[in-house]
Design a protein around this ligand. Structure first.
Ligand code: FES
Ligand SMILES: [Fe+2]
Length: 544
């Protein structure tokens, strides 16, 4: 909760900085209409006011640490980035001059172009086999504004518009082919290319066109993590589009207090909830974000008990505007686990989460932990994604409703009214794993295709087995169909109600069912006995 309050203050500060910044500095929040801007600010201010008692302590504590010049000890290269960045204040308040991660590289199909919004602007990005590089362009064809992402990638690595076949070089944005025109295309046919690179397994885009802007899009500005330089680290990664705002997402992932309740039965337990106060390390400003350590262990790993002094160390870091992570270190086990979230503001009221779960078990760890780490390398990504989606569903079901509630307190011109949101009565839209994840994930979409294929084969097998009265094969085909259905559901939609709200078994109903089964068994036994009896009588007659 404290972390969430800190985030709100930061968002508030960012908003003020954006609103009062230089004219060439643009803001994500300033992209929509003035009414929307006003409503977002009101929301942040109102929530900060509600949080004020905690907030004051938080700020005071932060200042105190700043005065003591305490420096956080974190392995994030962004620490160095800020020291070397000459336009710190400008850099942090300029939403268009940032690196944003847009996808996990290994789950992004290299054969086709992709679409992605960043701060409300449409981008097409694709892999260029010739230059062995990712490219990004504005997803709008200069000819008649068709989306380039609906086109195809040519053998030269260029993107071809689906409408009239104009082609563009992703490195420069230059139009290379206009099929309807003799001679080379003129400069007015050119599109806009944007800096786009792959780093630490993610694809990053800088949403200011090449040659424009006031800040050099140096790769050193990418908020990478040092842990990914460690070869012993194993990381489970995924991304998902969410039907709620980037600010709601960040609030949620920084708020550890919700884990035992929201994620009851998935990764938490209600009965393990404990106070988990955050002690700030010093930073609390729009430039550096904040970092702090927790004086309680997380409910997840240790059962929510107090931090064992010198054994567990848990810390949280927020680097504006997109990166946050929790880090848990267990020195007795020589184990370190991270929860890393990049929250991408795709458009107002919508966001993309890129979640990474790196961990490392060093010398002295339990053999079982090492074995599990080793085995995880062989678990297909799509199976892990089904699991991770289950955890994300827990939050997704109600966070968009929370946004609605907050907005309905306003003046009627707030984000969910002005931008498309799923119907308040339609929770299915929030746990639509297919459109939010599978469609963008090459591992999951391939698995889904294969699962459907297996399902068809199993149905065919079931029919054939029935025709030949092969009971064992029928049973096998039936089991395969059931498993395939479960997996298909895991890749397309989440369960509702969520695991935390699953009703407890009804004892009365259970008893009735047990009684029913017993009655059926009794009847069956009786029938068998009668058959045996009849057989005995007939046998005895034959014997006469
Ligand atoms: S709209 Fe793209 S080529 Fe015509
Ligand atoms: Fe996936």
């Amino acid at each position: 909760m404290v972390a969430a309050a800190g985030l709100l203050l930061l968002l508030c500060a960012c908003t003020i900085a954006c609103a009062t910044g230089s004219t060439h500095s643009s803001s994500f929040l300033s992209q929509p209409s003035p009414a929307v801007r006003r409503s977002v600010r009101e929301r942040i201010f109102r929530t900060v006011r509600l949080q004020q008692p905690q907030q004051l302590d938080y700020v005071a504590e932060g200042k105190q640490h700043l005065q003591q010049q305490q420096q956080p000890q974190f392995g994030v290269s962004v620490e160095h980035r800020h020291a070397a960045q000459p336009h710190q204040q400008h850099y942090q308040t300029d939403w268009l001059q940032q690196w944003y991660p847009i996808a996990v590289e290994k789950f992004t199909d290299r054969r086709v172009p992709h679409a992605m919004n960043i701060i409300g602007r449409p981008f097409a990005f694709w892999w260029d086999d010739q230059q062995e590089a990712w490219h990004a362009m504005k997803d709008v064809c200069p000819h008649r504004l068709a989306p380039l992402s609906e086109g195809r990638v040519t053998d030269e690595g260029h993107i071809e518009c689906p409408y009239h076949g104009w082609q563009f070089d992703g490195e420069s944005g230059a139009c290379t082919v206009v099929p309807q025109k003799e001679g080379p295309p003129d400069s007015r046919c050119n599109g806009k290319a944007f800096p786009c690179v792959a780093k630490q397994g993610l694809i990053w885009v800088w949403p200011t066109a090449k040659g424009e802007g006031t800040v050099q899009p140096a790769e050193s500005l990418i908020p990478t993590l040092k842990i990914y330089e460690d070869p012993d680290v194993v990381s489970l990664d995924m991304s998902r589009d969410l039907p709620y705002d980037y600010s709601t997402l960040l609030e949620n992932v920084l708020d550890s207090a919700h884990i035992p309740f929201t994620h009851h039965k998935t990764i938490g337990k209600r009965e393990r909830a404990v106070p988990i106060p955050l002690k700030l390390d010093g930073h609390l400003d729009p430039v550096h974000g904040f970092s702090g350590s927790w004086t309680s262990a997380p409910p997840l790993m240790t059962g929510g008990g107090k931090t064992k002094e010198g054994v567990y160390r848990r810390s949280t870091r927020f680097v504006p505007p997109v990166l946050m992570y929790h880090r848990l270190e267990d020195s007795a086990e020589n184990a370190t686990m991270w929860t890393v979230v990049y929250a991408v503001p795709t458009s107002p009221g919508r966001s993309r989460i890129i979640a990474r779960f790196p961990f490392r078990f060093g010398e002295g760890s339990k053999p079982m932990a090492k074995f599990v780490t080793f085995m995880l390398r062989f678990v297909p990504d799509w199976l892990q994604h089904i699991n991770q989606n289950l955890v994300m569903d827990d939050d997704a079901i109600f966070l968009y409703l929370q946004e609605h509630r907050i907005s309905s307190e306003g003046d009627g011109t707030t984000l969910p009214q002005l931008y498309h949101m799923p119907s308040a009565s339609d929770t299915a839209g929030c746990i639509d794993r297919y459109h939010q994840h599978t469609i963008h994930c090459s591992s999951c979409s391939e698995a889904l295709t294969n699962i459907k294929r297996v399902q068809k084969w199993a149905i065919g097998g079931l029919i054939a087995a029935a025709a030949y009265r092969q009971i064992a094969l029928m049973a096998l085909a039936f089991v395969v169909i059931q498993v395939a259905q479960q997996l298909e559901q895991g890749l397309t939609k989440g369960p509702y109600p969520p695991p935390r709200n699953m009703p407890l078994p009804d004892r009365h109903l259970m008893k009735k069912r047990v009684d029913g089964v017993q009655a059926v068994l009794r009847q069956a036994l009786l029938a068998v006995m009668m058959r045996l009896e009849g057989l005995l009588i007939r046998t005895s007659r034959w014997g006469k």
